[in-house]
Write a protein of this length. Structure first.
Ligand code: ATP
Ligand code: MG
Lengths: 276, 336
């Protein structure tokens, strides 16, 4: 229940006067922490000791730290409701942070609005509703490049090179594609800004194991081009296998942090989070 | 001969007026549908926005006429139209800044905005009446007819005359141009695509770097243009009276909903469906029936299904019938 009286529509279902479809829930977070100077040698993007929650609600993150270095893949895993998506939103400026800091390239961005972070070279693929369903595939990619004023055809070629199926479907509406194809559109849209950091919230949700392997291969390819990848994954085993860095979150706290390989081999992690 | 006469009478009393009226409704419904799709509420102030746009245009027209500037055979109002659009755009942007922006910042539910738009409707209602008065205003000038009934009769030797008013011709031509421009804008320009993207998924639009305030502002400007054009064309064709514009809200909403809310193509089709139904149902068919039927069957009554006083009921009935069979409207907009 929201306490905002402007959001009380008392069960109004009349679509002839009110159109809730596609309306935004994204909220630019406030920041009441202390921005820090970055230390030498710290990761390219770091959300450090982040504590905060949604609006006036209780804290969901408790001193949570996630980071990714240039051209590396960092994976966040953990049980449902652990705060994985929330941690991603915190890094992207969509959570009210009461303590901690977010730094990109050694500079605090904790006070920046999400749009400003896009302009700084961060791209985010949300967990749900991550394509424009009524726009064609090509238009989706164009919208991804909205902030760019230069020629985008080269980047579009790269995206089509990465996901050849999208080239064949480019005149089709994204809403008519299969789940796996949609995820490709979503990642493609995010790549169109030519970001330095790509944040993916469960990019393989609802896709078959074969397509998942495909997607992971593509993600590795993207990381090879120097783009840092920070992603949340349910398929923990496969994701940690390609991860340079892994974070296990539980109830908004870091439980384990290590290289992907070390986490995969850690008996505690295996027992509690990877099903033995 | 009788058959030709019947055909001419049909064109003169039904086809031509309904086409012009349909074009006016379509332009109005396009504005409603754009606001519904992009700003996500039904704008009850749309009829009065049309009245405001028409009013500004009329005032400028009078001034131009006073200064001796006319458009020759065309109505002077066409020269004044851009000023009317600019004035209305300024008004809507000011309304947005001072009223709607507040509710957007609060992330108010659409139903709240509907009520807000009713408040705006009453304000505009008052402003228009305060400035130009509640009465009928005439501002049409120039050549009245493209073809007058008398010329048509002497030309063809038929008993029935066919008249095509300048205002009707202009209405259809202008509507075609405006609609073509709008569709080109929405599908081919960067800004147009960003408006569709924002309508589709606000959050993702934001994450793509699309500035919502800019999308909203451009939407209001386009709506101002559509409303003013619709208002002026209606005023030229019939006459300008603030209350009539308020009443137009019903057929306009009916058009937008019948066509499928949020669908621009639907708004246009809906406009013509409503206009043709309204005109056919309220037209007295006696004359045409007399031409077509053998003398013995000639009707005594007017053969009018509904008195014109009830014409607004037609919008409702069509609305109900269409929605019974296609709940999302003809062009599958949003389910109502
Ligand atoms: N918009 C919101 N407002 C308030 N609370 C929220 C909001 N979104 C999530 N939460 C709460 O935050 C907690 C963490 O949710 P989050 O979505 O981050 O989990 P998650 O780890 O991503 O889970 P999943 O694996 O199911 O995606 C949950 O208890 C949830 O109820
Ligand atoms: Mg999640």
């Amino acid at each position: 229940m929201s306490t905002n009286p402007y959001q009380d529509d008392r069960g109004n279902k009349d679509r002839s006067i009110a159109n809730p479809a596609g309306s935004g829930s994204l909220h630019a977070g406030s920041y009441s922490g202390q921005p820090q100077k970055g230390t030498a040698g710290e990761p390219f993007l770091i959300g450090e000791a982040m504590t905060g929650g949604y609006g006036g609600g209780a804290d969901i993150l408790h001193g949570c730290t996630i980071a990714v270095d240039k051209g590396e893949i960092a994976v966040i895993v953990g049980p449902n409701g652990a705060g994985k998506s929330t941690a991603m939103k915190a890094v992207f400026g969509m959570l009210d942070l009461r303590a901690g800091d977010v730094r990109l390239n050694g500079e605090s961005i904790a006070r920046l609005a999400p749009q400003a972070r896009v302009a700084r070279g961060m791209a985010f693929v949300p967990q749900t509703s991550n394509v424009f369903t009524s726009l064609t595939v090509e238009e989706n990619l164009e919208m991804g490049a909205f902030l760019r004023r230069d020629d985008i055809s080269g980047t579009m070629e790269q995206v089509y090179g990465l996901f050849p199926i999208l080239r064949d479907k480019r005149r089709q509406k994204a809403g008519e594609l299969s789940g796996g194809q949609r995820q490709q559109v979503a990642v493609g849209r995010a790549l169109m800004t030519r970001p330095s950091v790509l944040m993916l919230d469960e990019p393989t949700a609802g896709v078959s194991p074969i397509v998942m392997d495909e997607l992971f291969d593509r993600i590795i390819e993207v990381a090879r081009t120097g783009i840092s990848i920070l992603m949340v994954e349910q398929n923990a085993r496969q994701a940690l296998a390609i991860a340079d860095k892994g974070y296990v979150l539980v109830q908004g706290r870091n439980r384990f942090t290590d290289t992907g390989e070390a986490l995969l081999n850690d008996p505690d992690v295996r027992k509690s989070f990877l099903g033995g | 001969m009788d058959f030709l006469n019947a055909l001419v009478a049909l064109a003169n009393f039904v086809l031509i007026p309904a086409t012009a009226y349909g074009a006016q409704l379509a332009l109005g419904a396009l504005g409603v549908t754009l606001i519904y799709g992009i700003l996500r509420f039904s704008n009850f102030a749309h009829g009065d926005t049309m009245a405001f746009g028409a009013m500004v245009t009329i005032l400028v027209t009078w001034w131009l006429q006073g200064a001796g500037i006319t458009a020759g055979p065309l109505p002077t109002a066409l020269i004044a139209l851009p000023v009317g659009i600019a004035g209305t755009a300024l008004l809507l942007l000011a309304m947005d800044r001072s009223i709607y922006a507040f509710y957007r910042a609060k992330k108010a539910k659409p139903v709240v905005l509907v009520i807000v738009s009713m408040g705006v409707m009453f304000m505009l209602n008052g402003i228009v009446r305060f400035i130009i008065g509640p009465d009928n205003q005439r501002f049409a000038d120039g050549e009245r007819f493209i073809i007058s009934a008398r010329d048509f009769k002497t030309m063809t030797g038929l008993d029935e005359g066919l008249s095509l008013k300048t205002s009707q011709g202009i209405t259809v031509v202008t509507a075609v141009i405006v609609v073509a421009l709008l569709f080109w804008f929405l599908t081919h320009t960067r800004t147009g695509k960003s408006m569709r993207a924002y309508s589709d998924n606000e959050d993702l639009a934001l994450l793509s770097g699309i500035n919502p305030e800019k999308v909203v502002a451009i939407t209001w400007i386009i709506v101002a243009a559509l409303a003013t054009v619709a208002g002026v064309l209606y005023g030229l064709d019939k006459s300008f009276k603030p209350f009539t514009y308020f009443q137009l809200l019903l057929p306009i909403f009916a058009s937008a909903i019948v066509g499928g809310l949020g669908s621009p193509v639907g708004a246009i089709v809906g406009g013509f469906v409503i206009a043709f139904s309204e005109v056919t149902v309220t037209y007295a068919w006696k004359k045409i029936a007399t031409y077509l039927l053998p003398d013995a069957w000639a009707p005594d009554s007017l053969v009018q299904l509904l008195s014109t006083d009830y014409k607004f009921a037609v919008s409702f009935v069509i609305l109900v019938i269409v929605l019974l069979f296609r709940p999302t409207g003809i062009f599958a907009g949003k389910s109502v």
